[in-house]
Ligand binder design. Structure first.
Ligand SMILES: [Zn+2]
Length: 203
């Protein structure tokens, strides 16, 4: 069953967290998403979805957005129009090098993910939806954790989504993230701008 939760605290940013984007990732991402509670949100709106298993198609493959799950996610984004969007994913530990490879852009067309700590990686979202469904200044984050996550990794993963949930605006969020990960956030911002302007053709 899809896990859904909506928290409303008056005026403020609209936030959307999605786990279970493809494959069995929802089994891992629910552990983090279920930790977010009413008290974590100070203003605005947060909608949380965690989906059950679906066929694994990469979000870098345009066919993903023609699949049932891909279409569902597009329609949720179109309905809510979030200014802060976090996609929670998980990866097989063997893929760490491939995901963070500095040549990833040449190999796949998208920048590498950035290692925060404990195996938790941050990056932008699929270029197929980044430019067509969001504004330039919206916060769009992909967060990856090993699917078989250690407690330490899960704590970092939860800390990041909690920072997005509890920040009143983009500035507060960036300040929080920069405090713990100054270099990583600088690199992430650079990649995000490159990706936005050079991105893939929209769907
Ligand atoms: Zn994924």
């Amino acid at each position: 069953m899809t896990y859904f939760k909506e928290i409303k605290k008056g005026k403020g940013p609209k936030r959307l967290f999605i786990g279970g984007v493809h494959g069995k990732e929802g089994l891992t991402t629910i552990e983090a998403l279920s930790q977010i509670s009413e008290g974590d949100i100070k203003n605005g709106v947060l909608n949380i979805y965690n989906f059950e298993e679906s066929p694994y198609i990469s979000t870098l493959d345009r066919h993903y957005y023609a699949s049932d799950r891909g279409k569902e996610i597009i329609s949720i984004i179109r309905d809510l129009k979030p200014e802060m969007y976090v996609e929670l994913h998980c990866y097989n530990s063997n893929s760490f090098c491939k995901l963070t490879d500095l040549d990833r852009k040449e190999l796949t067309g998208v920048p590498p993910l950035i290692h925060l700590e404990k195996g938790v990686l941050i990056g932008s979202i699929s270029p197929y939806i980044r430019t067509s469904l969001f504004d330039e200044w919206d916060v769009c984050i992909t967060l990856e954790i090993p699917c078989k996550a250690s407690k330490e990794a899960m704590d970092v993963y939860i800390k990041i989504i909690d920072a997005v949930a509890s920040s009143k605006d983009k500035q507060e969020l960036l300040d929080k993230l920069r405090k713990d990960y100054p270099e990583q956030i600088k690199t992430a911002a650079k990649y995000a701008i490159e990706l936005y302007w050079e991105g893939y053709p929209p769907l």
